[in-house]
Each structure stands twice: as C-alpha cells, then as structure tokens.
Design a binder for this molecule. Structure first.
Ligand SMILES: O=C(O)c1ccccc1NCC(=O)[C@H](O)[C@H](O)COP(=O)(O)O
Length: 207
C-alpha cells in the first residue's frame, strides 16, 4: 500500500488542482482565523463542491471549535472528516454529534506524548508548536521522527510538521509512518501553495 498523503491548507483552485492531479488522498481546509491558510466556509464550499468523486477526501481543521463553529462550516462545505486541535476531551462528542470521522491532532515532544488509547478515528502526530507561535499546527516545525518508530498506534495515524519534498523520504523511513501531512513545505510563501512542490512531495512520498 503506497504511503497516503494529505495536502493541508488548500485555499484556491491552484492548490486543489495540483493536489488532485498529484493523487493526494486528502486535502485540508483550515478554519482558524489566525492562520495564513484560513479559508471562509463560503470559499471552501465552492472548492469542496467542485471536487470530483474519486478524488481526495476533504478534511476540515478546527482549533477548540464550538458545535456552532463546526455546524456553520458544515452548512456550507461538504466535508468527509474533521481534524481537531487542542480539544482531546471533546473529540468523541464531536464525532457522535456530527457523524463524521474525527482525527485528533497531537503535538509531541517526547515518546510519553504518544497516545496508547484514544476515542478518535485517526491521529495527526506533529511537533508541539514552537514558543511564540499563535497556532498549534502549520508551523513548518519538525520533531525527532524516530520517536514514533515502533509505537503501537491505537488507530491509523499521519506524520505531520515540517515535512517537505527534500526530507519526506527520510521522515517516512525514520518514523515508520504510512500516511503524511504537509502544508508549509509545499508553499512558495505562507498560505500560497506551489503546484511544483506539491507534485514533488507526493512523488517523493510514494517513491
Ligand atoms: O496551517 C495552519 O496554519 C494551521 C493552523 C492551526 C491549526 C492547524 C494548522 N495546520 C495544520 C496542518 O497544516 C498540518 O496538519 C500540519 O500541522 C503540518 O503543517 P506544516 O508543518 O506547515 O507542514
């Protein structure tokens, strides 16, 4: 089974088309106002509805969302899953309330941070936000990939944080990941996706 790839922080057709053509498994829309990748529900709705069946699945990212935050997005955007930050206690409730698969994002600094159990459908394992960052993800910040090598993950998981076309093969080798998630590493500037970097990233991840 080839390594599965998520291209996160899609904001326009350039990024979406590049991710689709490269054969990405998922694309992510970030609903977090402090992110350079923030997208409105209206704009994400246009992109998400334009996507052909059989292409990438559509994941919505939220940081400590209220039910209303999620509902407002779902009223406009057909999503296939939710990725939740900083709200481990509520992920199970969110999952049952909205009837969609939920991934929990976990920032790790040491092996002790790797969950042994969880009430989500998937985990996004990424580095803890560096000091001074005002967002829990999308920081282009990598962690020691060997930490996950040999980890008995309770559910399928994605490796994230600081990945790019030049380090992805080493990251996969060292971490044992079978799915990966990238945002900053396929951008020409914060929030602006590069078709060429997306193509190179997916190709390298699957090589
Ligand atoms: O991208 C953001 O700005 C962001 C803001 C708040 C929560 C999550 C965010 N991004 C998540 C991702 O793009 C990925 O899941 C992951 O963090 C990889 O990011 P990067 O290190 O930029 O590749």
């Amino acid at each position: 089974m080839p390594v599965r790839v998520k291209i996160c922080g899609i904001r326009d057709h350039v990024g979406l088309d590049a991710a689709t053509q490269a054969g990405a498994d998922w694309v992510g829309f970030v609903f977090f106002s402090r992110s350079p990748r923030n997208i409105t529900a209206q704009a994400a709705g246009v992109l998400a509805r334009d996507m052909a069946t059989g292409g990438p699945e559509r994941i919505g990212l939220f940081v400590r969302p209220t039910d209303d935050d999620i509902r407002r997005v779902l009223d406009n955007v057909p999503l296939d899953g939710l990725q939740i930050y900083d709200d481990a206690d509520r992920t199970d409730v969110i999952r049952r309330r909205f009837g969609l698969p939920v991934w929990g994002a976990v920032g790790i600094a040491s092996m002790q941070d790797l969950p042994e159990t969880c009430a989500v459908d998937g985990l996004v394992i990424e580095s803890r936000a560096p000091a001074g960052s005002d967002r829990p993800g999308g920081n282009a910040h990598a962690f020691d990939w060997t930490l996950t090598d040999g980890w008995q993950a309770p559910v399928p998981w994605l490796l994230a944080g600081g990945l790019n076309p030049d380090n992805i093969q080493r990251a996969i080798r060292q971490s044992g990941a079978r799915a990966v998630d990238v945002s900053s590493g396929v951008e020409s500037s914060p929030g602006v996706k590069s078709s060429e970097l997306i193509r190179r990233f997916v190709q390298a991840a699957r090589a």
